[in-house]
Design a protein around this ligand. Sequence first.
Ligand code: CA
Ligand code: CA
Length: 480
Amino acid sequence: MKNLRIKQQLNTILAFLLVPLFAWQAHADDHRPDIVFIIVDDLNDWVGCLGGHPDAQSPNIDQLASRGMLFTQAYCNSPQCRPSRTSLNHGVYPFKTGTYFNARFPKESKIQTPSMQQYFVENGFRVAIGGKVFHGGTPKIEGVAIQNRLPDPRHPKGKDNFGGLKPPNDGYPLDVKDEQMGDYKLAQWAIQQWEQVTDKPVFLSVGFYRPHRPLQVPKQWFEGFPLESIKRPAEPQDQDDWNDMPLFARQLARTHAHKPLHNGLSDHEFMVANKQWNATIQAYQASVAFVDQQIGLLLKALEENPRGRETYIVLVSDHGWHLGEKKHWCKGAIWEQTTHIPFIVQGPGISANSRCSQPVSLIDIYPSLFDFAGFDIPHWADGQSITPQLKAPETPRSPVISSYGEANTSIRTQHWRYIRYEDGSEELYDHRIDPNEWDNLAANSKFSETKKRLAKFIPTDQHAGLKVQKWIEQFQIKSD
Ligand SMILES: [Ca+2]
Ligand SMILES: [Ca+2]
């Protein structure tokens, strides 16, 4: 009898729960929000709101942060475009599929999970994708408006790569207007998509290209960063930062994302030898200020919702970028500067100017956006929704796992970064006292328990992948 009553009560509850579910089918009662996902290519923490560089100019990104929640400890899951974007768009970790690098591994698993854009289409959203959201072009999805990357004006002949010097120092002030640049045109395309009024809620993904190389933007943006007042990242005063680093880490940092080096010089040695350090910082900062302006055009349009819906805006980057920190450049390492990214969410119920210092990563985008849309989170999603932190920022989260090849793994908690490489060597940094990761504590027995605790988060069943050691041998990387 008692069981029957419970069953009846459950049926009543179920019926009650199903009412809003069916109501969603009807357009008039569809109160689901519009969602805008903005991803910026190669943008590190050199934005005002994250304080990564004292001269950063990013007023529009900063304003977005002031209107919502800034996740101050957000990281990528892989420090290169293809693995990072594949992982975030499909909701699975790189170590599940073997997609570890831009270079393809023949035995990578075919990605089986739908992209989040596909999933939104299947769940009744109007979906549009513009610019660089996926690596290597946007895959065709039935019913989706796609705008591939729009080209920039070409630099004058002979002025590329600073007159023959190799990347990463290929910044150049273009004698053109913003309106001629691909990112400006992308913002206009995105605004047009936003302003279309249809019955369905909208999921708009927009991928801005700068500050990805070449660091070429209209010259007015260079003028905001005079060469004579460029500030370089801090370096340790009395020691060589590499002295306490494992041999493997030093070699990894010299591989330049697996391309041959500059006649035996590392990127950093090359930049110093050719006196291009300040010029490249200038070009990067100009590129950030330029792209911020283009993002601002879109953000302005998003202030009004033409469909009368609530709006979520999420802004991230695909990974960080070094400009000489730890004698390293670009991406392709699993340190703080390569993995730390902006991660901002504005939306209904999110307090203005709120901050969360719990670790989050790009793996969390997929389930979070589904949560915002009211979808059930599918079982294959590796990440965790950030909704609990949007309500209560102190709610604890699991550490961030970043991979750069099979068995090259970084574990980032609120206070620690622990790295273990494919040869078993390690790095350990205490971020409470060492935000620049100068003092590797891995060899100090005082921290063996900490290491053991953090090592438990390293996945034990990682998918096979390309080995960094092979590149080290192929390019005859030096040991120091
Ligand atoms: Ca990138
Ligand atoms: Ca050091």
